[in-house]
Design a protein around this ligand. Structure first.
Ligand code: SAM
Length: 456
């Protein structure tokens, strides 16, 4: 879609002319060019795009020459990559330049759906860390949970809470990412609907909401903790002015991020003691984006995590032995059973997860592993996508691209196998999910709510 000045809201044009001066015509021209297509690779899953040109500011980002039909790519459903706009991958620099990623960190991604920043954070954090990925809108929390499960990293928990609910966890987080709901003006060329919804009133409304969100979440950030604030907008109301307000309200320090000139012209804004970074589509290969890194310098209350085994129930010894054999590094994980469902959690984070479950609406934590039905232990879909899966514990079937798509549509499979039982359905060695091989057919166990609905 090509955007002309006449398509843009008049007030937006006036503001951008003022903000960009001589470079405004280049900005306008960039809006009529196609948006670059970019993906972020999973660091532990095999994929076919490794050799594509890199996004400079992240080890895992790649540009694609054209937009494939991602829905029809089994690797997409296996969580081998995430389709994400390139500028927002700058989160990697914001995080890696401001905290020691070798330390165990408690990280909150507050406005997380559909999961772009969260899956990126999971690729950057170490195995002793915990990511709480939160989304306030319930339906969007379900999509977030699906994407987190596809990413298959065991250190994630998904919650569905209002920002103010996190005040029950004072001083709990080392890092909070607020990728704030915004007027979306940085995405006009990718999402022209955002243009229709844009107005000066909406910018002000968003700005007020962003301040409320930051205020609500502030007590749950540790002293010396890091807030990463971002929007996909250019305007000062949602960016610089909000940061100036934060600096007035609280004792903070803005951190500088080193920029490699080969990344393009990422515009540093330093004014009245605040620092932030603007991404404009005529100056970098990506969409409009803003990000700032802020250190909290105030002291405050801090919640204590109890050092007890907690109330989570363990499965029976017999079940435990079986499910332990299904994952790699079983000693690093605690298995728990809630009703019929067995999950594994990072052993070092059981108390923290219990604290989350007592104080928040916890949708998932760790990895769904199995369902116990009478005497049967049925592996869960999430386990098939987990980076901890012990592939050697199950037989597998290699599916052609056609069969993989039949499988992902949850259709009947016309293939045969020489064994029976729960089987990993793979495409080019990457697990897509489970099938139950019976003597005369294969039951397709792909989750109905995740199936591909698109026809070729
Ligand atoms: N971080 C996400 C990613 O990278 O995929 C994108 C987040 S999007 C920019 C902002 C999110 O904030 C949306 O999912 C939206 O539902 C959520 N949101 C809307 N109103 C909110 C509020 N009042 N408090 C917290 N989050 C809100």
């Amino acid at each position: 879609m090509s955007i002309l000045a006449a398509d843009l809201p008049a007030s937006f044009v006036t503001k951008m002319q003022l903000q960009l001066g001589d470079t405004f015509p280049d900005f306008l021209k960039s809006l009529s060019e196609p948006a670059p297509v970019s993906i972020r690779l999973h660091p532990k899953k095999q994929h076919r795009y490794t050799d594509a040109p890199p996004v400079g500011w992240t080890k895992l980002g790649r540009y694609l020459a054209e937009r494939p039909v991602f829905t029809l790519d089994p690797f997409f459903h296996a969580g081998a990559y995430y389709v994400q706009e390139a500028s927002s991958m700058f989160l990697e620099q914001a995080l890696s330049q401001s905290v020691d990623l070798l330390q165990p960190l408690h990280v909150l991604d507050l406005c997380a759906a559909p999961g772009g920043k969260s899956t990126h954070l999971l690729s950057l954090l170490n195995a002793e860390s915990l990511l709480v990925s939160n989304e306030v809108i319930r339906s969007r929390a379900a999509i977030l949970s699906e994407n987190i499960q596809k990413w298959g990293n065991p250190i994630a928990a998904v919650t569905n809470n209002d920002p103010e609910d996190f005040q029950r966890l004072p001083g709990f987080f080392d890092v909070i990412v607020v990728d704030a709901p915004c007027s979306g003006e940085g995405l006009f060329r990718k999402d022209p609907n955002a243009m229709q919804e844009w107005s000066d009133e909406n910018v002000l409304l968003c700005s007020k909401r962003q301040r409320r969100i930051v205020s609500d979440i502030w007590p749950s950030l540790k002293e010396q903790g890091i807030l990463i604030y971002s929007t996909c907008t250019y305007n000062p109301e949602e960016n610089e002015e909000n940061l100036a307000w934060l600096a007035q309200e609280h004792d903070v320090e803005f951190l500088t991020i080193k920029i490699d000139p080969s990344w393009g012209n990422i515009a540093e804004t330093k004014q009245d003691g605040i620092t932030g970074y603007h991404f404009y589509p005529h100056q970098v290969k990506g969409e409009g984006f803003f990000i700032s890194v802020i250190r909290k310098k105030e002291t405050g209350e801090s919640i204590r995590v109890k050092n007890s085994r907690g109330n989570f129930q363990a499965p029976t010894k017999k079940i435990l032995e079986q499910v332990q054999s299904w994952i790699t590094e079983p000693d690093a994980f605690a298995f728990i059973q809630r009703d019929d469902l067995i999950q594994f959690l990072p052993a070092s984070k059981v108390q923290e997860i219990e604290l989350l479950s007592k104080n928040l609406r916890l949708i998932m934590a760790g990895t769904f592993t199995a369902t116990v039905k009478n005497t049967k232990i049925i592996p869960e879909h999430t386990l098939a996508l987990s980076t901890q899966l012990n592939k050697g514990a199950f037989p597998s079937l290699a599916l052609s691209i056609e069969d993989a798509l039949h499988y992902l549509r949850k259709e009947t499979l016309q293939i045969t196998a020489e064994h029976t039982g729960f089987t990993l359905m793979c495409h080019e060695d990457i697990p897509l999910g489970w099938g139950n091989v019976l003597p005369n057919r294969i039951n397709n166990l792909y989750p109905a709510e995740w199936r591909i609905r698109m026809s070729v």
